[in-house]
Design a protein around this ligand. Sequence first.
Ligand code: UDP
Ligand code: MG
Length: 355
Amino acid sequence: MSDDLKKLLIVMPCYNEEAVLPQTIKVIGALLKKLIKGKKVHADSKVCFVNDGSSDKTWALIKKAAAGERIFSGISLSRNFGHQKAIIAGMYDTDADLYVTIDADLQDDCGVIETMLDKINDGCEIVYGVRDSRDTDTRFKKYSALAFYKLMKLLGVNIVYNHADFRMMTRRAVNTLKQFPERNLFLRAMMPLVGFKSDKVYYDRKARPAGETKYPLMKMMGFAWSGISSFSIVPLRLVTFMGFFICFLSLCFLCFVIYRWSVRGTIVGWASLVTIITLLMLSVGSLLGGTAIVESIFMWDGVGKMAVDAISMRDYPIIQAYVMWMAIIYVLVNLLTDLSYRFLDPRIRLGGAKQ
Ligand code: UDP
Ligand code: MG
């Protein structure tokens, strides 16, 4: 066996996959043996199944496979961490020259791993598996996924269209990824930030042969939002803009109310009622607009750039400061509302004279 062959590690996150795992073990095992036999990868190459806190027989199946053949190994997480963390656990736990991450449900075509190897041998550090057709996905899944990729692009996030978590990476790329301090992992947006020469391999996404998706609607939306909020400050900017716009409108309206009241052009009770409503609008606007302060601090110390690059903004204590600031604004506006009510109370100022 030539020593210059690369040691490959195939990482498969598994969460309650007992229905499909026996078939997956067969398919991926046969593929790895073929690659080893064809001297495409080192004989010490392995498949690492990561049990992500499954409650079914997944871990028992992994242990059985690992006991039966040395090409299989497994690690079990203490609870369900989500498949991004399961992938990271698998990759960071075992040393290898090349890493492949792929779902355990055989939806991604593991046959293209060989093509990925060729691209790595041509000098690529990362090869993305890209879904060519989504015919087997439900209509909802297909269109929501496409809308998500389009939205991410629109928000300025560098993401490979139709690529999920099927990719091959060299040790160099993985070592670079390890330097990212990101905790809210969204690997498909992080990998392009690693840089280096990369390429794509296209394949048709198949239907799940067994078991069901572990991403029901709410979980999928949560995952998508985590990606958007971790990698783009555009939503923050929109909120800021909305906040200032609401503030501006409510201040204009407040001036109008005070003007009408001062020329006695209001009926009893109108001025105080509308002032309270306007102040509430002002408070909402200033709370939203306050994100500008957070954003400017991010931009000022360069964190904004880093947030766009890699780091989740939610990991910063400044967010806690912002929440405090919102609380202060809330109390202040409540006080102002109360004062304005007393000041403009119709029975004291307007109604009092007339009633
Ligand atoms: N998965 C995981 N932890 C989770 C959810 C999913 O490890 O909390 C694994 C799952 O076993 C599968 C992969 O992540 O190998 C993708 O999940 P799934 O196939 O359910 O997602 P879909 O293809 O429906 O988007
Ligand atoms: Mg799947």
